[in-house]
Design a protein around this ligand. Structure first.
Ligand code: 2AM
Ligand code: CA
Length: 261
């Protein structure tokens, strides 16, 4: 087995450095542009950070591919780094706590190393396949609860259809089983919170690999599960995902399935 700890350490250092830069730009994000919809935001800072991270990863791992949210890249490679320079850009633009920098390495689509940094919380989450997960350097673990009804769940909702109506309609269905449902605005942060036992579970139907690659590994290395909505283990080829502490996974999948009919 490869030593994925080296990749984890590089990712952890890079997201922390990038996060310091992003923290200094809260309240002054530069020019704000729109991508597919008026609520799909991109700032100068997203682009600056992605360029910085891409250059560093290519310098450190010239044999790996690098794919970022803003500038793309070639994902048809065995080892691919996925970069989300700011996950939760809407929060960042509004100055709301709850955005992250996320960098994850996949091998044949399976996450093997990665790091997520929350600059305003000053919290660093990192993991390597087979070597566990660390939150600010301390080993973390998913929650031990098997009671979904008293758990804390999170989801994300796209700003427009297709996908928005279906995602909104799922919430009251799940709320019949677990009334505590949050949307914090960053997929990577939701996954980090599942990994360290704050959230019991999280689901979202419309995600891209850079939103999830690092966070999926955090959950798995902390003892949890991440699958698609049918229960197949998550890979970079999968759009949406369901993450949990493992104990509530089948009940959560079953509840979501009921809501989607
Ligand atoms: P982003 O901030 O990098 O765009 C918000 O619901 C969370 O889902 C964020 O992590 C956001 O990432 C991600 N996301 C990915 N695709 C999305 C979409 N089509 N609509 C809304 N959020 C999306
Ligand atoms: Ca982003």
């Amino acid at each position: 087995m490869e030593d994925w700890r080296v990749a984890e350490d590089v990712a952890a250092r890079l997201v922390t450095e990038a996060g310091r830069h992003v923290r200094g730009r809260v309240g002054r994000p530069g020019q704000i542009g729109h991508k597919s919809t008026p609520n799909d935001l991109v700032t100068e800072v997203d682009r600056e950070v992605e360029v910085l991270l891409t250059e560093e990863l290519q310098r450190r791992f010239p044999e790996h591919a690098v794919v970022g949210e803003e500038f793309g890249g070639d994902p048809k490679h065995g080892l691919v780094w996925y970069i989300d320079p700011i996950d939760g850009t809407t929060n960042f633009v509004h100055g709301l706590r709850g955005f992250t920098i996320s960098v994850g390495l996949t091998q044949a689509g399976v996450p093997v190393a990665g790091a997520v940094y929350d600059p305003l919380g000053d919290e660093l989450y990192s993991a390597a396949q087979g070597a566990g997960v660390r939150r600010n350097g301390v080993a973390a673990r998913v929650s031990g609860s098997s009671d979904l009804s008293t758990g804390l769940l999170a989801t994300g909702v796209p700003s427009l259809d297709p996908g928005r109506t279906e995602a909104l309609n799922l919430i009251p269905e799940v709320a019949q089983v677990c009334p505590n449902i949050r949307n914090l605005g960053s997929a990577a942060l939701h996954l980090a919170y599942v990994a360290c036992g704050i959230l019991t579970g999280y689901w979202q139907e419309t995600l891209r690999p850079w939103d999830a690659a690092a966070g999926v590994l955090l959950v798995r290395e902390a003892g949890g599960m991440v699958t698609d909505f049918d229960g197949t283990p998550w890979t970079a080829a999968v759009g949406g995902l369901v993450a949990s502490n493992g104990h509530v996974h089948s009940e959560l999948l079953h509840t979501l399935r009921g809501g989607r009919h």
